[in-house]
Ligand binder design. Structure first.
Ligand code: NDP
Length: 446
């Protein structure tokens, strides 16, 4: 009966949102875990909680006109999907990447709702972005684009309404231009309206590092639960952006060696360990490519063919983008002796890959649990903004560590309670769902 309900809701999602394959994929995974909860709590079905959860509260699509450095007019499309505000103001990042469309933003907003619930903090779920491609654009072009984007977005956001942050293609530079334009239009220095701000204009220590550090803390917790640790482990981290760089930093601090990372132009295998200072110089300072890193690091090899997941490792952290690790990659990783995989990115493993990891019995941390440290630290930034305070790095990192340990324990406990011991996918989905659905019922039919 409960299975029928979940299938029926999924069929409706597919019919009502044609062509939005990533959104279908994300809802399918969550809905598959929910029947045992509905069986225990039939009132949730009466309140149509599943149907309501799969329909965003609000979807905003807007034109973003701007002028490039040659004086030519460019038109992009902007999105903000305000998915669920049962637990707090909508919260979730903005992504600037040519692949962005409504289905991708909806999948990210849906995931975000459960992730934010898992943190135990008062934040709802939302996501946004644009099909704008920042690659190769000058600072001035980025600024003009961000100003135009905010000229529409500002009317939909606010510290008690909707609080965007960064994601792919949106870092401190972009948040700065967005915040500057918000401040100018509204005539309010409303720090809590955006997170991921610079440290001298309302930002918080550890926010930059938080997603990567958090994913590694989560990995360490999964290994600890199995009497193991990251110390001495060979690791592969895909991507070389915000999440990947700080995952690599924390792995190194905990005694692991990262031998490969990537960007959309290929991957670098560096058997003696990625040189973090060089990586930061190339990626964060020069905004260069992994090929530039390889050209400057003797002994490393840059590949534009093959798969990063062919490199043997004990721990793998996909930290680039959705569906970057498929079933065949997962088999290779398992055959090569991987013991833990944690998703720094959102939904980087295909359903087939997840199945391979679960069948193999390795420790697998799904993104909505493993990468929740970013949004949790954003919520800490909001707390600091609200109290006009700023906390030390050590204090905030300790809080992040505790939050990740608590998410880990909660996932394990929910998985155990619902008959899937050790399955963090089931645990994360059920635990997040319980928290959001209880609030939705309490708030009535809204
Ligand atoms: P960045 O833009 O800083 O870095 C993204 C990295 O992934 C880059 O190395 C990029 O390469 C690579 N990448 C992006 N798209 C593709 C693609 N289609 N194919 C191959 N490589 C690709 O983004 P983040 O590090 O912030 O985000 C990475 C992931 O983590 C995303 O899934 C995001 O949703 C998720 N995440 C981010 C959080 C955050 O706090 N930033 C919080 C939680 C999750 P290139 O430069 O060549 O494009």
């Amino acid at each position: 009966m409960s299975e029928d309900k979940a299938t029926q809701v999924y069929d409706t999602v597919v019919a009502r949102n044609p062509g939005e394959t990533e959104f279908h994929q994300a809802t399918k995974e969550v809905l598959a875990c929910i029947p045992p909860v509905l069986a225990k709590h039939p009132e949730l079905a009466e309140h149509k909680v599943l149907e309501r959860l799969c329909e965003p509260e609000r979807q905003i699509i807007f034109r973003v006109p701007w002028t490039d450095d040659r004086g030519e007019i460019q038109i992009n499309r902007g999105f903000r999907v305000e998915f669920n505000s049962a637990l707090g103001p909508y919260k979730g990042g903005l992504r600037f990447h040519p692949s962005v469309n409504l289905g991708i933003v909806k999948f990210l907003g849906f995931e975000q709702t459960f992730k934010n619930a898992l943190t135990g903090m008062p934040i709802g779920g939302g996501k946004g972005g644009s099909d704008f491609d920042p690659k190769g654009r000058s600072d001035d072009e980025i600024m003009r684009f961000c100003q135009s984007f905010m000229t529409e977005l500002y009317r939909h956001i606010g510290e008690y309404t909707d609080v965007p942050a960064g994601d792919i293609g949106v870092g401190t530079r972009e948040i700065g231009y967005l915040f500057g334009q918000y401040k100018r239009i509204t005539n309010r220095y409303e720090s809590g309206v955006l997170t991921g701000k610079g440290l001298n204009w309302g930002g918080a220590l550890v926010r930059t590092e938080a997603t990567g550090y958090g994913a590694v803390f989560f990995t360490q917790e999964m290994l600890r639960a199995r009497g193991d640790s990251l110390d001495g482990k060979t690791c592969v981290v895909s991507g070389s952006g915000n999440v990947a760089i700080f995952a690599i930093e924390k792995i190194r601090q905990l005694g692991g060696t990262v031998v490969a990372c990537s960007d959309s132009g290929g991957f670098v295998h560096d058997p003696t360990g990625i040189d973090l200072d060089l990586l930061k110089q190339v990626k964060l300072v020069e905004r260069g490519r992994m090929a530039d890193y390889a050209a400057r690091k003797p002994g490393s090899v840059h590949s534009t063919t093959g798969r990063i997941w062919d490199i043997a490792c004990q721990v793998a952290l996909p930290c680039a983008t959705q569906n970057e690790l498929d079933g065949s990659d997962a088999k290779t990783l398992v055959d090569n002796g991987v013991v833990a995989v944690a998703e720094g990115a959102n939904m980087p493993s295909t359903p087939e890959a997840v199945e391979v990891f679960l069948q193999a019995g390795i420790a697998f941390g799904p993104g909505k649990a493993a990468n929740a440290g970013g949004v949790a630290t954003s919520a800490l930034e909001m707390q600091q903004n609200a109290s006009r305070d700023s906390w030390s790095f050590e204090h905030t990192e300790t809080r992040l560590g505790k939050i990740m340990a608590s998410i880990h324990d909660e996932c394990l406990a929910a998985a155990e309670e619902y008959g899937a011991p050790g399955n963090y996918v089931t645990g994360a989905n059920i635990s997040g769902f319980q928290r959001v659905s209880q609030a939705m019922v309490a708030l009535g039919l809204v």
